[in-house]
Design a protein around this ligand. Structure first.
Ligand SMILES: [Zn+2]
Ligand SMILES: [Zn+2]
Length: 392
């Protein structure tokens, strides 16, 4: 390791344990932001806090002014009761770092420590974004609205990935995460006595039919080579066994890797909802949120990211995605405004086994912290040189 000394690694692990013990939900990352600020202050890195509420932005001067190389980490945890038995398990009931964002925050602080201790400043200025609320997909847009991409040349983001071993960097060109749009459909029928359904319009029956039609949507409309998913996550209706429900509320999400398929599915959700409602003379109201696009990695920047991984971590450090990722990540919002690339940092340890992200037993190998910080520091340096020589 060139940038990450054993002292920095120890410090990163200690910070990660502290953050893991005190997880905070989206938009409530106050203590986490405080820890970030304290650490940055300790290493003499200048920062601004309170960005979009709880975000933090750190700036490190470069050898020259010019386009800024931006690195981004997310800070939020999930509403999950931890069941890992770790000595540093969550002390916040019902909240857990089950996606590794405690690791991401520690990695970016490791980068700050490495850059603060460097003999020479980086080729171009480096900005570190500590973003709130990735899990609810609103943090990135809020940070952008606050002007955190001002002067950006290139931006990079990374996620820990337990499908890959520690020491690997996973980077692919093209689509590496799906788009996501959340919908809410409210159906209104007519309530009535359960014994006399002829007097009522049973919202549960309409909702059940709509659920089936929406779930069948992807099997008919999508080619296998270009997958998409429609999931219903919430179905709420009814008050009593002998009362026909007047309303039902369905909530779900659409994931796609292709913009045309995404637009088509959103339109079909509206059409099918109206058709099913009409069939039963029910009323329908469909809400579709603004959504987040897919992450699309630019090929030339992927080349840079791969080359940097080989130089920093060894010839065999680069891997490809093992399977098509249908998850979404709001880093894509940054890529709507800036050139960049999103990578994954291997975090799997064969001896420890694997528990999936967003599960109550999620666990990653902490060897990934030093690897991630070494890689991102190297990438900030390499991207600085690249942008200085060729633009972006
Ligand atoms: Zn997550
Ligand atoms: Zn995540």
């Amino acid at each position: 390791m060139h940038w990450i000394t054993p002292e920095i690694e120890r410090e990163m692990i200690a910070i990660r344990h502290d953050l893991h013990r005190h997880p905070e939900l989206s938009w409530q990352e106050y203590r986490t932001a405080e820890t970030v600020c304290q650490t940055l202050g300790q290493y003499g890195v200048s920062y601004t806090s309170g960005i979009a509420g709880v975000g933090v932005v750190a700036d490190i001067a470069g050898q020259q002014d010019g386009p800024v190389i931006v690195l981004r980490a997310d800070m939020d945890a999930l509403p999950i009761e931890e069941d890992t038995g770790l000595s540093f398990a969550s002390e916040n009931p019902g909240v857990m770092h089950a996606c590794g964002h405690d690791g991401h925050t520690s990695i970016l602080l490791g980068v700050a420590m490495a850059l603060a201790g460097a003999k020479e400043p980086p080729p171009l200025p480096v900005r570190l974004l500590f973003q709130p609320a990735e899990e609810v997909a609103t943090g990135a847009r809020a940070m952008i609205r606050e002007g955190t991409l001002k002067g950006v040349g290139m931006i990079f983001g990374a996620h820990l990935d337990c499908n890959h071993a520690v020491g690997k960097v996973v980077v692919n060109e093209g689509v590496v995460s799906a788009s996501r749009d959340v919908f809410k459909i409210e159906l209104t029928g007519r309530g009535g006595h359960a014994a006399r359904p002829q007097e009522a319009i049973d919202a549960i029956r309409v909702g059940a039919e709509l659920t089936q039609e929406l779930q069948a949507l992807t099997s008919g409309a999508i080619t296998p080579s270009n997958p998409a998913v429609v999931s219903i996550g919430r179905f709420q209706a009814g008050a009593a066994a002998n009362v026909i429900a007047e309303t039902v509320v369905l909530e779900g999400a659409v994931y796609a890797r292709d913009e045309d398929i995404r637009a088509d599915l959103k339109q079909k959700i509206r059409q099918i909802s109206m058709a099913v409602a009409q069939r039963y003379h029910a009323k329908v109201d469909v809400e579709l949120d603004e959504g987040i696009p897919a992450i699309i990695n630019r090929p030339d920047i992927v080349q840079l990211a791969r080359k940097t991984a080989r130089a920093a971590l060894g010839e065999n450090s680069v891997a490809d995605f093992v399977r098509t990722n249908m998850g979404a990540e709001d880093f894509s919002c940054f890529l709507e405004h800036a050139a960049g690339c999103y990578v994954r940092i291997g975090a799997w340890n064969m001896a420890e086994g694997i528990a999936p992200a967003h599960s109550s037993q999620f666990y990653f190998d902490e060897g990934a912290l030093a690897v991630g910080a070494e890689y991102l520091t190297s990438l900030a340096m390499a991207a600085g040189k690249w942008v200085r020589e060729r633009g972006f």
